[in-house]
Design a binder for this molecule. Structure first.
Ligand code: RM4
Ligand code: MN
Ligand code: MN
Length: 427
């Protein structure tokens, strides 16, 4: 954690300029009858969970280029997440991957989290790899497998993940299944789905009452021909069959190029089954790039649907926000600081949409003005508002600048020299 004096807004060289920019934006928004203070308050309340697997440098199946001072275990990953939270005021929870970051002693990790003022968000299961000592292989699937013993082992793993989550204070499990096939004929398309549903029913039955179960779809990879939970329709079927505690998770990178993701989001909200997000961005596939780096307009349009549902007070609308990224080239802490800013920016832009005007234009079929209501908000430079919200939350006006000036990474490169970071075995 950094010295609060280093972060304090009034100690920053550009503080006076920031105040002027913020006031100017306030006047600009006032002309559209938007109160900047109300928007700031909502941005301040925005929270997003950080995945434990995003703190080490990522990689691809072709290689991984390690950075200095990577966290060597989940305790050190939590330290880095606490720093992201200190600088942004927006990341108070961690989403753990089991077994990649499974603690030997969950109570000890929970204490560590308490000391860092962090909590735990959804826990993530992993039946896409075989673990050492495991009785059965997932080579041909887990919950969809033709062999009941493999399916039972996969159910058992999920029950274990729920137990770990309970000990940590999580209240949700995210299930992403790699299950699928590479060739036509390899897998019975209908029956494999039935088997997955049957397994998830057993997991669902073990959920504590306050818990939610998120089903996460993905079109392909590692299965290249047919993935069992390949699209939002399959995910919705699962969530609807399972019951009220189940809902769908939308990973922004899990769509084929040009898919209208905001429409997917709108459908799931309409069905009362939007459980949450894995934020990231992509150009071609599940690239896990920084949110908003490739298509910031799409990110805005997704947030526009979220704000629309919140303003309308859609019943049961309460999505969980999580990041799911792999930082192969950027410093992971810097990439996360940038991600939080991109999310808050898209959210703030969605908050300044003139919804009454938009609704009128839609009713009148005034295409140009309806589109303009969105682009006007999207083109508003909300950066001063986001910075103001961040510093009122105790965060930094310019998180990356403070991080770079702090020497944190260099200090960790010394402290953490003794043992190397062990990347997830998928890399
Ligand atoms: C998957 C999916 C899951 C994530 C794994 C590592 O593609 O996005 O959410 O846990 O990758
Ligand atoms: Mn994901
Ligand atoms: Mn993914």
């Amino acid at each position: 954690m950094l010295d609060p004096g280093l972060i304090a807004a009034e100690n920053q060289p550009h503080y006076a300029e920031h105040r002027r920019d913020y006031e100017h934006l306030g006047h600009q928004l006032q002309r559209c009858e938007i109160d900047i203070e109300g928007v700031v308050a909502q941005v301040m309340a925005f929270e997003v969970a950080v995945p434990s697997w995003a703190l080490g440098t990522g990689g691809t199946r072709f290689g991984r280029f390690a950075g200095p001072g990577e966290p060597r275990d989940v305790f050190e990953k939590m330290e880095d997440i606490a720093l992201v939270h200190q600088l942004t005021g927006a990341t108070p929870r961690v989403s753990l991957h089991i077994p990649w970051d499974e603690p030997d002693d969950p109570a000890e990790l929970r204490q560590h989290a308490d000391a860092l003022h962090l909590g735990f968000d959804a826990v993530n299961s992993n039946t896409f790899q075989d673990q050492p000592g495991q009785g059965h292989s997932y080579k041909f699937g887990s919950l969809c497998h033709t062999d009941a013993a493999v399916r039972a082992q996969a159910v058992e793993h999920h029950l274990h993940v729920v137990e770990v989550g309970k000990a940590l204070g999580s209240e949700a499990i995210t299930v992403w299944l790699a299950d699928g096939s590479n060739y036509p004929g390899q897998m019975h398309l209908r029956k494999s789905f039935e088997r997955v549903l049957d397994g998830l029913r057993q997991v669902y039955a073990a959920l504590p009452p306050a818990w939610r179960l998120f089903t996460e779809h993905k079109p392909y990879e590692p299965a290249f021909y047919a993935t069992v939970v390949q699209d939002w329709g399959s995910s919705l079927l699962l969530a609807q069959h399972l019951g009220p505690q189940a809902a769908c998770l939308v990973d922004l990178g899990h769509h084929l190029p040009k898919t209208n993701i905001e429409l997917v989001v709108a459908r799931l909200i309409g069905a009362g089954k939007l459980g949450g997000f894995h934020f990231n961005d992509s150009k071609y596939g599940d690239d896990d790039l920084t949110a908003g780096s490739i298509d910031p307009y799409q990110l805005f349009l997704v947030f526009n649907e979220l704000v629309d549902a919140a303003v309308e007070g859609v019943e049961g609308f309460d999505p969980a926000y999580m990041i799911d990224q792999s930082h192969n080239l950027k410093d992971p802490i810097e990439a996360l600081l940038q991600t939080v800013e991109a999310l808050q920016r898209a959210y703030a832009q969605a908050l300044v949409v003139d919804r009454a005007a938009l609704s009128d234009y839609q009713d009148q079929n005034d295409v140009l003005m309806a589109e303009g209501a969105l682009t006007q908000a999207y083109q508003t430079d909300v950066a001063p508002l986001v910075a103001e919200a961040r510093q009122r939350q105790g965060g930094a006006l310019d998180p990356v600048a403070i991080f770079r000036a702090s020497g944190y990474r260099a200090a960790k490169a010394d402290d953490r020299a003794a043992a190397a970071y062990v990347p997830p075995s998928s890399l």
